[in-house]
Design a binder for this molecule. Structure first.
Ligand SMILES: [Zn+2]
Ligand SMILES: [Zn+2]
Length: 394
């Protein structure tokens, strides 16, 4: 076959990719309501004579079956936008008030359609099957990935490997961030109510001051990550919201706290949940108060398979040059339901550079988040090349 050159993709597909991206960017839809996005994807697949299946209500799975038998690989592209008011000032900014593609899932769909178009043209020469998973609701746990797995996306034919791609505004367009092992953390939520007993602020000994109790609890849990978790094992416990009390001269009888916990190992995740509970037991016993506690597990951590990461390294080197491989030193503490796919088959999640060096590059979920359109052909080239290698083409 020969190398897929990003120049060729630029010549062949840059206009198409830009058009798809701009359309989707102007028409964002929230999690589980990706109806117009789904229609758009289906229309594109039909135009390119690519078979597909509707899944998880608003999702789509495209399937390119090669003329010859072989392995099966899946590319995942999530589709949903966020309830954020766009503030980029771009001519193709969101046309919907309060909704924005601020995580770049529109760019993921554009790459998915670009790869489908390219591989669809080569189906006669392909050995094996390529599934392209257009997935709803990544931003809203429990998310669309698990749903599509339950509906059988990894079967018939059985998927041997999975590729995921995610925009990264901190890397310039053309670069690809890779890491062996863990790439994304588990992201869990914490809900707590601490209950004491009201009374006069001038007679605290006659009541149970829920605010003082919460203060001690907050101080105690700062020790969890620093003293109970190994210094080489990344973890976070953050209480991001606290509310309690009504006025200055009344003892608060209740404080509500909400937060998040992150970890990359399942055992650490369980340890965080347990230590928070122990801190609550200790503080309420000391003060004579009580608590309600919920530790809600979100997406699990995402682990990259070494052979799959190497597959992408090779493709980046061939398509973009070795200097465009960015070896990440650390994983990210954000989460993604790609993790469920990564548990089922050897997988790789690619940090795809979509930044613009000369501009401010705002982070994901920011009203000024933007994607450098130059990145689109690079993403399609690297993913297509990786898929072809996986299916045995050199
Ligand atoms: Zn996001
Ligand atoms: Zn995302």
């Amino acid at each position: 076959m020969g190398t897929i050159l990003v120049e060729d993709i630029r010549n062949q597909l840059a206009n198409y990719l830009t058009e798809v991206y701009k359309h989707l960017h102007q028409h964002p839809e929230p999690s589980n309501h990706e109806w117009e996005t789904q229609k758009y994807i289906i229309r594109e697949l039909e135009d390119n004579q690519i078979p597909y299946k509707v899944m998880a209500e608003t999702g789509v799975c495209a399937e390119i079956r090669g003329a010859k038998a072989g392995k099966t690989i899946l590319l995942r592209a999530d589709m949903d936008a966020l309830e954020i008011m766009e503030d980029t000032g771009l001519p193709y900014a969101s046309q919907k008030d309060g909704l924005m593609h601020a995580c770049g899932h529109d760019a993921h769909v554009a790459v998915g359609l670009g790869v489908a178009k390219l591989l669809g043209q080569r189906a006669d020469d392909l050995c094996g099957t390529v599934k392209i998973m257009f997935q709803p609701a990544e931003e809203k746990p429990p998310g669309g990935a698990m749903r599509m797995i339950k509906e059988g996306i990894l079967e018939n034919p059985k998927v041997d490997a999975v590729i995921g791609i995610h925009t990264n505004p901190h890397l310039p367009a053309g670069q690809f961030g890779l890491i062996d092992g863990c790439i994304l953390a588990a992201s869990d939520r914490i809900f707590i109510t601490l209950s004491g007993q009201g009374g006069h602020a001038a007679a605290p000994h006659e009541g149970i001051d829920a605010i003082a109790m919460a203060g001690q609890f907050l101080a105690n849990i700062q020790n969890i990550v620093s003293r109970q978790v190994s210094p080489t094992d990344p973890a976070v416990v953050t209480i991001g919201k606290i509310a309690g009390g009504t006025r200055p001269n009344v003892l608060a009888d209740r404080v509500v706290l909400e937060g998040t916990a992150r970890a990359i190992r399942e055992e650490t995740r369980d340890l965080l949940a347990e230590k928070i509970e122990k801190a609550l037991l200790g503080v309420t016993e000391y003060w004579g108060g009580s608590f309600m506690y919920e530790y809600v597990k979100g997406y699990p951590p995402t682990w990259n398979d070494k052979s799959m990461t190497d597959l992408i390294r090779k493709a980046v080197e061939e398509c973009m040059g070795k200097e465009n491989i960015y070896e990440m030193e650390n994983c990210l503490m954000s989460g993604d339901d790609f993790a469920y796919l990564a548990k089922e088959a050897p997988s790789v999640f690619i940090e795809w550079g979509t930044g613009t060096p000369e501009l401010d590059n705002y982070p994901w979920h920011h009203p000024k988040f933007h994607v450098n359109l130059e990145a689109l052909p690079c993403g399609v080239a690297v993913v297509t090349q990786s898929i072809l290698h996986f299916l045995g083409e050199e």
